[in-house]
Design a protein around this ligand. Structure first.
Ligand SMILES: *Cc1c(COP(=O)(O)O)cnc(C)c1O
Length: 648
């Protein structure tokens, strides 16, 4: 018996069973669900009822010879996210009778792809949505893409003289850059450049907040944070700006308390502190006009609506309400004009629109089949293990009473450990050791067959599921496509994009293509908890098994690296039409092997050349025929032009 036979196949498995097994109704929001064919469907917004079958879409993309792994970006979802963010603030402004506007910016570092930024600018134009830049290169992107003269270009990050000069000159182009002072030494540099260029920038100041943050980036705020000015530094800066006659340009207060803030109370505390600093800056004589609340707006990866790391205990509307209400309160009490509200929400805008699809190349699992072994010379360990297995087979296990099973499992484990010791000391052969391991796995399988899923989770039996789990080999590099799962244990929803009319009775996790033992996906969302195994379908001989990683549109592409030289995957942008057909808007081709090699200073030509020289030696030495040499060089030349991933 192999692992891919269920103990009882649930013939009545329905889509609803799949929905609850994967929790897609919780994390999928309105965007992702399962359709009547058992495939994942994508619905960018409820009103227009546009919808598309993701599995069919991937099949059609593949038929164009665009290979997996593949990122599909749904422009309609991106548009919906931008609309929702702006509408949430509009609604809050109305609710609280706030006397100014919201004018957001997108932080470029979340996704720097040209096509993505162009779309954000197009969809956000209606609200004069702008960009946030954190480096000189990002500034150049911002300057070239942002045409709307009302949109803001928030300039963060370390600033040398050139950065400041470029930003100031951009104002003369009719753009609206705001230079945010993040470090004390930037003040003098700004004053110098202003003198040289005889032009003034709009200025902002980034404040360190003392309010406690939480979550993964909790330590990046507070007095020791990398960015921002402390209160005494702010006081000094104001003094210097006054002296340089620049105080009239100081118009913005900025803070950023980290990304994916899960707990709304953390955001509220920060908002209160910042609003108070804003009021004080006004009192000190700066004509304060903008408050920039930074990023941090989280999304609910696991659908639990809690303050766990992978969720948020607030909605987008709650967030907008709190920002507006808190700023308003501080201004009213102090009789100060309500500022324009800016947020730099990156993750919240860009996460949902991207789906990463990969195929499974194969699987492996321990064999619970016992190969009949020569009965002579049988060691005591083997006799004991066979006896244990037979006892398990003859057991009539009563529900509620696991004691006997646990005892037999502990026996089996003990015999296996004894076997290892005996092997180390040279008392048993490799053959006997193999037999002992097979028998132990057979015991595990027997127990799994006898127990229900609520019984197998007993702590004393928990290794059984792990022992019997399958590894699914993913045509993917975790380091390239989903690096946060490796770097910071970020968890994304992962689910097959088809076959939801079948019970996913195998338990497994994923190993990627790299030879790095960290290259795996083994943390999955489970109703607010984390589980190490995902329910999966048995692979089918002739059909691809396709898995989607969802809500991974922020940061992953930018942070991905070329570990083991797996390159960029194909990326496709899709518009869904009113009649549920689709248009492919952009195809950004994956890297070929030669492109990746060239990034590292190798020339494909030289590489082929040196291998060719080697073949000539071998031909001379008669270890290779001319025919074989030609075949090898042909293969290498073709391979260099092709994907770094496995393709048919
Ligand atoms: C990274 C960053 C952001 C984006 O944060 P999200 O949590 O992704 O919205 C915004 N502002 C600054 C200054 C940042 O460094």
């Amino acid at each position: 018996m192999t692992n891919f036979e269920p103990k009882k196949l649930n013939k009545n498995w329905t889509i609803d069973d799949s929905i609850s097994a994967y929790g897609i109704n919780k994390w999928g929001d309105k965007y992702f669900s399962i359709n009547s064919h058992g495939n994942i469907s994508i619905t960018p917004n409820r009103e227009s009822k546009k919808t598309i079958d993701l599995f069919k879409l991937v099949k059609e993309i593949k038929s164009r010879e665009i290979n997996l792994p593949l990122i599909i970006r749904f422009n309609d979802i991106l548009k919906e996210r931008i609309t929702e963010l702006n509408n949430a603030f509009l609604k809050a402004i109305e609710t609280y009778d706030y006397k100014n506007i919201y004018q957001g910016v997108f932080p470029i570092k979340c996704n720097q792809q040209k096509n993505v930024l162009e779309k954000i600018i197009e969809y956000g134009d209606h609200w004069n949505f702008g960009l946030e830049v954190g480096s000189k290169s990002e500034l150049l992107i911002g300057l070239s893409l942002l045409e709307n003269q009302k949109s803001l270009l928030i300039c963060n990050g370390y600033k040398d003289k050139k950065y400041i000069e470029t930003a100031i000159l951009a104002r003369k182009l009719g753009k609206k850059p705001i230079i945010v002072i993040e470090q004390r030494d930037e003040v003098q540099r700004i004053i110098e450049v202003v003198k040289d260029l005889r032009a003034t920038p709009i200025l902002g100041i980034r404040s360190k907040l003392s309010s406690k943050s939480s979550g993964r980036w909790g330590k990046s705020v507070g007095d020791n944070s990398k960015f921002g000015l402390s209160i005494p530094e702010i006081m000094l800066t104001i003094k210097e700006l006054k002296k340089a006659n620049l105080i009239n340009e100081m118009k913005l207060l900025h803070f950023h308390i980290g990304s994916q803030i899960s707990d709304i109370s953390v955001i509220k505390d920060a908002l209160q502190e910042a609003s108070q600093i804003f009021v004080e800056l006004s009192k000190l004589g700066a004509p304060m006009k903008y408050i920039d609340v930074g990023g941090g707006l989280g999304i609910d990866f696991d659908g639990t609506k809690t303050s766990s790391n992978t969720s948020t205990n607030y909605s987008l509307q709650n967030y907008a309400n709190d920002v507006i209400a808190t700023v308003k309160d501080s201004c009213e009490v102090n009789n100060i004009q309500h500022p324009i509200i800016i947020s730099e929400s990156g993750r919240a805008i860009i996460s949902h629109c991207s789906v990463l699809i990969f195929n499974v190349l194969g699987t492996s699992h321990v064999s619970s089949q016992v190969n009949i072994f020569d009965q002579k010379n049988q060691s005591l360990i083997i006799t004991n293990l066979i006896a244990t297995l037979n006892q398990l087979k003859n057991l009539t296990h009563q529900k509620e009473d696991l004691s006997e099973i646990i005892e037999l499992w502990n026996d089996a484990k003990k015999f296996k450990e004894d076997c290892l010791v005996a092997f180390r000391l040279g008392f048993i052969s490799l053959e006997i050791r193999a037999y002992a391991e097979e028998l132990t796995w057979a015991c595990a399988k027997e127990i799994e067959n006898q127990l229900d899923s609520d019984e197998i989770i007993h702590p004393d039996l928990s290794e059984i599921t792990e022992t019997l789990a399958s590894t699914y080999y993913a045509n993917l590099s975790v380091f390239k496509s989903i690096p946060d799962t490796w770097a910071i244990d970020q968890i994304f929803p992962i689910i097959p994009i088809h076959r939801h009319l079948e019970e996913p009775f195998c338990k497994g996790n994923f190993a990627d293509l790299t030879c790095d033992s960290d290259g795996k996906l083994n943390k999955f969302i489970d109703n607010g908890k984390i589980k190490s195994l995902l329910n999966l379908h048995p692979p089918e001989e002739d059909n691809d098994y396709l898995i989607g990683i969802f809500m991974a549109g922020a940061y992953q592409e930018a942070l991905g690296n070329f570990h083991n030289l797996f390159g960029n995957t194909n990326v496709i942008h899709i518009d869904i039409n009113e009649d549920n057909s689709y248009k492919i808007k952009n195809i950004i081709k994956e890297n070929s092997k030669s492109e990746i090699l060239e990034l590292l200073d190798y020339s494909s030509g030289n590489l082929v050349e040196s291998i060719r020289v080697n073949t000539e030696y071998a031909i001379n030495n008669k270890t290779l025929t001319i025919e074989e040499a030609r075949k090898l060089i042909d293969q290498i030349e073709t391979s260099l032009r092709k994907s770094s991933y496995l393709s048919e």
